[in-house]
Design a protein around this ligand. Structure first.
Ligand code: ZN
Length: 150
């Protein structure tokens, strides 16, 4: 509905995450929380992380907004569970490259379901929607005391 020109298989995966978001809940023992909004589209998320020994022990979110923003953060939190902070940061950079049109990044299997969002890079107004989750993640990593050494 938002972006009819997207490849329909990808569109299905996006809608599937949107309708059945993974990790959408309050995280009881969070160590970091970042609230971000994309006023242009009305998207909003609160990303909650529990970081233990420079690893993301748990990642959850609460939010509302368009299918792209909510599916992206659902896909992202799925990939983040158990990752080192350096890995998480690398994923954020990779995804951002894909959103800015990098074909090479779009082929990177490390991005998992997030690759379904590659077509969004052709719709400049929607790129912010797709990046909302990772922008929140990068802010969270910066807030983390060890975040400056990755
Ligand atoms: Zn949006």
């Amino acid at each position: 509905m938002d972006t009819p020109q997207l490849n329909s298989l990808y569109q299905q995966l996006i809608l599937e995450h949107y309708r059945n978001p993974r990790n959408k809940a309050e995280l009881a023992e969070k160590t970091l929380e970042v609230h971000l909004a994309n006023p242009v589209c009305g998207d909003e998320i609160r990303l909650q992380l529990r970081i233990e020994d420079d690893r993301i022990a748990a990642a959850k979110f609460v939010g509302s907004g368009c299918s792209i923003s909510q599916a992206a953060v659902s896909m992202m939190t799925t990939l983040l569970q158990g990752r080192s902070l350096a890995d998480a940061d690398a994923l954020a950079k990779r995804f951002t490259e894909m959103m800015h049109g990098s074909e090479e990044a779009a082929k990177d299997k490390a991005l998992g379901d997030l690759r379904a969002l590659r077509g969004v890079s052709k719709f400049p107004v929607r790129i912010k929607c797709a990046l909302l989750g990772f922008d929140a993640l990068q802010q969270a990593l910066e807030k983390h005391p060890a975040g400056d050494k990755h």
